[in-house]
Design a protein around this ligand. Structure first.
Ligand code: FNR
Length: 356
């Protein structure tokens, strides 16, 4: 069998994963309007390619927070990779390392941060974090990832509560007993109350606010990236509070249904930020031209969520490499066909603005 585009991997995953696992990965909140609009948003945008620009030599290299990456495509934090492949996040980390791409490991990984680091010692990694009621819990995780050489913290800010995902409720979806949220091993021993995807229900702190950015700043010197910003107002606050980057994200449409597609949110955010910090985007990236559109509208890099677990399902590390290689190749081709030889040539002029 040969899989030639990300949609082929999606079809394979749907066919081969247990139903409840497929539905957990695929889920959006409520009616899934936002999940689906993330993809439609890219389809609404048209490109203005330039011709006769000698695209015989192409360069997709760029940087994130000063670190080199081979292409502006990275791996978003997603939970529970061991549901898709036996050594889960370790395979993900090896694939990212092999392609010289950034991997953001989730707090809700089914391998520990130590295992992930050992699997791919040379890989560039950031760590995704939530603020817990018990701040020491977050702090202990920070100390561990600092010691392991993770280069930044990604604070996810769109989950004061978990969105309502109907399929997970219908399936009573839970981590199977042989898998654990390994970063918390031993922490919740003996807990017997209600559970949220393997972690006690009230562990997340819904009172989290901008002042917690100051708290985070006070406990670490790592760069801080905020994930889950959708408006220029919050983007401006992120700059004021001194973070180094923001990921324009709606959590893959898994939180507030009806909020806007990330590609539609990007422009006003890029405009207000004016290059003071880096702006990234995730949500609905499925083809090389999606990447091109996001970079043209001002994202420094894009992140992939669900496609990574489709790759894992297909063939572990090889499958994730397949996903990343296909998307990188498609992006390079889209660049060439639009007359861009390197990332600095990918700019707003590529975007067709319809006259009303
Ligand atoms: C996520 N996402 C997520 N985000 C986060 O900050 N921490 C996490 O643990 C998870 N877990 C997670 C699990 C699954 C199954 C999905 C689909 C998503 C959100 C993720 O980082 C990202 O924002 C979206 O997945 C991007 O959209 P696409 O690429 O899936 O369309």
């Amino acid at each position: 069998m040969s899989l030639i585009c990300l949609a082929d991997f999606e079809a394979y995953a749907k066919e081969n994963l247990p139903k409840a696992t497929w539905e957990y990965y695929a889920a959006g909140a409520d009616e899934c309007y936002t999940r689906d609009d993330n993809l439609q948003g890219f389809r609404r945008i048209r490109l203005r390619p330039r011709m006769l620009r000698d695209v015989s030599v192409m360069d997709t290299k760029t940087t994130v927070l000063g670190e080199d990456i081979s292409c502006p495509i990275a791996i978003a934090p997603t939970a529970f990779h061991c549901l898709a492949w036996s050594d889960g996040e370790m395979s993900t980390a090896r694939a990212a390392e092999a392609l010289k791409l950034l991997y953001v490991a989730s707090t809700y990984a089914t391998c520990s941060v130590e295992e992930i680091s050992q699997a791919a010692p040379e890989g560039l990694r950031w760590f995704q974090l939530y603020v817990y009621r018990e701040r020491k819990l977050s702090e202990r995780l920070i100390r561990r990832v600092e010691a392991l050489g993770f280069k930044a913290l990604v604070l996810t800010v769109d989950v004061p509560y978990t969105g309502k995902r109907r399929t997970d409720i219908r399936n009573n979806f839970q981590l199977p007993p042989h898998l654990k949220v390994k970063n918390f091993e031993g922490v919740f021993e003996g807990h017997s109350g209600p559970d949220n995807y393997g972690v006690p229900l009230n562990t997340l702190d819904p009172s989290v606010s901008w002042k917690d950015i100051c708290w985070l700043r006070s406990v670490t010197n790592l760069p801080i990236v905020i994930k889950g910003i959708l408006t220029k107002e919050d983007a401006e606050l992120a700059v004021v509070y001194g973070v180094q980057g923001i990921i324009v994200s709606n959590h893959g449409g898994r939180q507030l249904d009806g909020e806007l597609a990330t590609i539609d949110a990007l422009s006003e955010i890029v405009e207000v930020v004016q290059g003071r910090i880096e702006v990234y985007l995730d949500g609905g990236i499925r083809t090389g031209s999606d990447v091109l559109k996001a970079i043209a509208l001002g994202a420094k890099c894009v992140f992939l969520g669900r496609p990574i677990v489709w790759g894992l399902t297909y063939k572990g590390e090889e499958g994730v490499k397949g996903i990343l290689q296909i998307l990188t190749d498609e992006f390079r081709l889209s660049m060439a066909l639009s007359g861009c030889r390197n990332i600095s040539e990918v700019n707003r002029n590529l975007i067709h603005v319809a006259k009303l």
